[in-house]
Each structure stands twice: as C-alpha cells, then as structure tokens.
Design a protein around this ligand. Structure first.
Ligand code: CP3
Length: 342
C-alpha cells in the first residue's frame, strides 16, 4: 500500500522501522548525471520539459537510495505566468519587479492546467515511475519568499524593497500577499490533484523577520495557504529557514511537519513544538564537506537528539551545496539508515 511508505508514516507522526531520509535540492548540480542533462538545456527549459524534469528527479533516487523524491522544478515557476519575466543567471531575476499599485493590479492568477501544464505532467510521469518505490513530494514557495523575489526582482541581503512596501505601504503589501497566497493555493492543489503525495512549503526568507513581524506579516498568509490545501491524505511540510527563535509561532501555521535548520538542537526544538507535529532535519549542509567519520558522528548526534521519538524525517538543514562530493551525500543516507536500524 502506497500510504505505508516509511516517509509518509513519519510525516503523520507514526512509529517507523527506521528513520526515513531525503535531501533538500537532492536533484541538482552536485550530481554529474544532472550536469550531463543540464549542459544541453537551460534550467528553465529543463523545468518545462516533463521527460527531462522527470529524469533528473529520478537520478538521486537511483544514486542515493533516498526515501522520498521531490519534483524537479522551482518555487518561481508559477510566478512567471502571473506576468513577470523570469530568468536564472544562475540565481533568479525578474526583469519587471512588483513595486507599485499598478504592478500589483496587473498580476494575474494563472490557470494551472494551461499555464504550468509541464509541472502537472512531470508529476504524472513520476507517479507512474515511482509506484511501489518512493513517494513523491510536490512543493511551492511560501507566499512571503515568493513575494521577496517578486518585489526585490532578485535575491537580496537586506530585502530593502519588500520591507519598504511592508512598513510604508502595508495595504499594498497585503494586496500582493493575498494574490500570491491565492496563486499558491491553486498551484499546490493542482499538484495534489496531479498526484503529489506530500507538499513542502519553502519559506527560505521567513527567518529574516523578528518573531513579532513574522507573526504580523507572514504567518497569516502561510496559515491561510495551508488551511486552503486539499490535505486530507497529503501531509504538509513547512520549512522556515532561520525559525529557531520563533518555533512556537511558526507551529501556528498548522503544518503536519516542520522543517528545522541546523541552528537548533533537534531535541530541544521538539520539546518546544510538542508531540503533535513531526520534524524534518537538520544536518548542517557543510558537514558534507567533512571526512566520512565526522559525517557519521553528526548523523548519530541528530538521531540521538531525537531520542527515538516517532515523526522524524532526516534531512539537511537547507539545500545540498553544488560543490559537495556526491559520495558523501550517499554515505550520509547510508549512515541514517544503518544507525536508525534499517
Ligand atoms: O530539491 C530539489 O531537488 C527540487 C528542485 C528545487 C530547485 N529549487 C531546483 C533548482 C527546489 C525544491 C527549489 C526550491 C527553491 N528555488 C527555493 C527554496 C529552497 C531554498 O533553497 O531555499 C528557492 C529560494 C529557489 C529560488 C532559486 N532557484 C535560487 C535562489 C536559485 C539559484 C540557486 C543557486 O545555488 O545558484 C535557483 C536555481 C535552481 N533551482 C537550481 C536548481 C537545481 C540551479 C539551476 C541550475 O541548474 O543552474
């Protein structure tokens, strides 16, 4: 039964025979087999070609022996059909960032079947491919992280533009966030309808806010998004990078699983969050640069911090870095399995 996958059980907080593991960004540039596909196409073309997107999604499952696959795409894929011109250089860039009332008014809510058919088709191919083997995670950005890129036009160190809007034009910020949240709801529900068995929401930039401002300016939208998902049989993982000082607040968003970065002790975080929410994490991604003996020690430390509690999915505390030796990633997965009793 596909609902009996170890990973899905752990998402639901049920006891498992061993600790399931996958890596954020497990499909990507650290894998030579990814680079071989990528040398012939741009990143966006890769996302928009279902056969190729499916191929690179499968690569780390074959190589790493991970317990879950994540759809190959990007959090910004559904933002392009809202009316923003997107490029990757390699970080994302929008030619026409959202700054004014007219910009917000001009944003359209995409028709998912028509505007991002390739994402839904990739999910369908992958479900057929993975049946009986691994469950498939769909994903999207949290409304705030999407809005950061839409307003800044690219990555940022200080997020001056979105903060100007948030504090100086709160009405405009609210209108933008409502539109992005509605787009996200439709996008993630379309992924669920196409066959995604779990949804992960990435809030890469949620941790730049003070806890109070997180609660005022971000939480209401993420909570509304999660409440609006067709989640009866689909666990929701919510990863807010930098959330260590506001775990109790982030928990109010209502996900089934909380992603933890490596700045927290996983056991202490679980004590704060409580037994009703599973956790995912939280190895420092740079530990994969260390010798194998150190990787093993760190995996053991995190398993010990969890202390056998049900509802732990092992992962990195953020995405795998492109210059990591794939051997070390594979070794990490093997350690998690061996040390947790597989
Ligand atoms: O996890 C997976 O294997 C699935 C694929 C995936 C990608 N991006 C592929 C990708 C996922 C889940 C994402 C999410 C994503 N995209 C996030 C949230 C997670 C995080 O890392 O914080 C964010 C903020 C983005 C936006 C984005 N896309 C950035 C900032 C970049 C540049 C990153 C860099 O290191 O250069 C991208 C490009 C991107 N997305 C690549 C991949 C494999 C590299 C593209 C390439 O091949 O050139």
């Amino acid at each position: 039964m596909s609902t009996d996958y170890t990973f899905l059980k752990a998402c639901r907080g049920e006891a498992t025979d061993y600790t399931p593991v996958w890596l954020m960004r497990q499909a990507g540039r650290y894998l030579p087999q990814y680079m071989a596909v990528r040398k012939n196409v741009s990143f966006l073309e890769l996302c928009k070609t279902p056969e190729l997107a499916a191929e690179v999604t499968i690569q780390p499952i074959d190589y790493l022996n991970a317990d879950a696959a994540i759809l190959f795409s990007d959090i910004l894929t559904p933002v392009e059909p809202m009316g923003l011109k997107l490029d990757f250089v390699p970080g994302p860039v929008f030619e026409n960032p959202v700054r004014t009332q007219a910009d917000v008014d001009a944003l359209r809510i995409p028709e998912m079947e028509e505007d991002v058919p390739y994402v839904l088709e990739t999910i369908k191919i992958l479900r057929r491919e993975f049946e009986g083997r691994v469950p498939l995670i769909g994903f999207g950005g949290a409304p705030f992280t999407l809005a950061c890129y839409m307003v800044e036009g690219k990555g940022s160190k200080d997020f001056a533009q979105i903060k100007r809007m948030m504090y100086g034009a709160p009405e405009l910020y609210a209108q933008l966030m409502e539109k992005v949240t509605e787009m996200d709801r439709l996008y993630l529900n379309a992924q669920i309808k196409a066959g995604a068995q779990v949804i992960q929401i990435f809030d890469t930039w949620g941790g730049i806010m003070s806890p109070l401002d997180y609660e005022r300016f971000i939480l209401p939208y993420t909570k509304k998004l999660i409440d609006g998902l067709d989640r009866a049989n689909v666990p929701i993982i919510h990863f807010v990078k930098g959330s260590g000082t506001m775990l109790d607040t982030v928990a109010k968003a209502g996900s089934d699983v909380m992603g933890l970065d490596w700045h927290v002790n996983l056991g202490q975080a679980r004590d704060i969050i409580g037994p009703d929410i599973a956790v995912q994490g939280n190895l420092d991604p740079t530990v994969l640069y260390a010798p194998k003996a150190h990787i093993e020690t760190e995996v053991k430390r995190i398993l010990d911090e969890n202390a056998g509690r049900p509802g732990h999915i092992f992962n990195l505390g953020h995405g795998i870095l492109p210059t990591v030796d794939p051997e070390h990633a594979k070794f990490m997965v093997e350690c998690v399995h061996r040390l947790s009793g597989k």
